[in-house]
Design a protein around this ligand. Sequence first.
Ligand SMILES: Cc1cc2nc3c(=O)[nH]c(=O)nc-3n(C[C@H](O)[C@H](O)[C@H](O)COP(=O)(O)OP(=O)(O)OC[C@H]3O[C@@H](n4cnc5c(N)ncnc54)[C@H](O)[C@@H]3O)c2cc1C
Length: 433
Amino acid sequence: MSDVTTTAPDSESEDVPAGIAGEPPATAEGKAFTLELTQDQEDIRDWVHGFAEGVVRPAAHEWDEREETPWPVIQEAAKIGLYSFEGLAQFWADETGLTLPIANEELFWGDAGIGMAIMGTSLAVAAIFGQGTPEQMGEWIPQCFGTPDDVKVAAFCASEPDAGSDVSAIRTTAKYDEAKDEWVLNGQKAWATNGGIANVHVVIATVDRELGSRGHAAFVIPPGTPGCEQGAKVKKHGLRASHTADVHLDDCRVPGACLLGGKEKLDERLARVREGKKSKSQAAMQTFESSRPVVGAQALGIARAAYEFALEYAKERRQFGRAIIENQAIGFTLADMKMEIDAARLLVWRAAWMGRTGKRFENAEGSMSKLKSGEVAVWATERAIQILGGNGYTREFPVERMHRDAKIYTIFEGTSEIQRLVIARAISGVHIQ
Ligand SMILES: Cc1cc2nc3c(=O)[nH]c(=O)nc-3n(C[C@H](O)[C@H](O)[C@H](O)COP(=O)(O)OP(=O)(O)OC[C@H]3O[C@@H](n4cnc5c(N)ncnc54)[C@H](O)[C@@H]3O)c2cc1C
């Protein structure tokens, strides 16, 4: 082989563009582009991976069969600081935005049901963090997690029996009782992750139905509040280690201070909307776009786990006197699986970086990342079952569980159809129905 291809060009040479000489090339703004992870990102990835491999995976089958919240596993996560606000804040602190999706991918690679039992709390935490005052954050976020000796979970309750994709149809009401400075909530929430078993519930309710989603507000329901009860627990297709249930609110009274952001801010916002001025609803959409890559990363973790399992299986399983991977049909399927997973990850990382660095999601890049990852996860886990043949269809092997778990990623946090709607509207400027 000639030196031309093996020897790095002289870095001092003026003819050699930066980047070829060993340094990443600079963009117009003078910033380097690189997909190489930092030492911190690699350390966190390896730490979460270790927990996923050593603690989560061995417990996955048992808790899927039991269909119960894996409290001992959550406690293990709390003991090492993975299940805590500090842990979440450490992931969030990465200014590139990548650590949060990286950590989620690793955890869900271990198991998605247990992953959701650990990460479900973060939905409520994100709402308190995003909409609460500093005092509300200080008071409620620690109560979402409890302590390693007494772990708690939290629930975020937006969906209702008649308000899933159409959030503006929420019927749960919140009425202010000025004499007592209390809010009175009435309604029924559906499919709430950790609903009823949570220490802290964050509930989205309408304070003015005529304003649609712009008349919504978020309330914290403190532990043990009368009138907040678990309804039916949902028996699910997948993600069975994660508790999902209806939540009933019957004259549920909470102190005025439980309105996230405070009453003054709400009154100002409602007044602006009633005057026909722009409200913060677009800002809320931007926030939603930012959370989607994290959900996409969870789907990626499932897809990668199924791909890795199928790859190893295909190398070992012999039919017709050769390993099944020696057949192009199998080898090409695995090639496509790897390529699709990597492509989805690039969309996830792009959206995570955009969200964290405050870039506008002009083309609904957050939705793209969640849509692609969810669909890749469903497709890749189905292909994994096919590669395992009869074994793939049994509960003796994990890929059927992964396939069941993957399916939710085309449904919750915005269905695939709704993601396509968001993208189509963003790229066209047309209000596509
Ligand atoms: C396991 C699980 C956990 C969940 N956790 C939570 C939680 O913690 N908190 C919470 O608030 N909610 C939660 N949800 C609810 C979830 O967010 C909703 O199920 C989801 O938003 C879809 O709403 P829906 O089920 O009412 O479906 P629907 O809105 O009834 O949609 C049914 C079908 O119609 C399609 N559709 C609807 N509108 C359109 C349209 N305009 N154009 C094209 N197609 C359309 C949808 O894409 C879908 O295919 C959870 C659900 C599950 C199953």
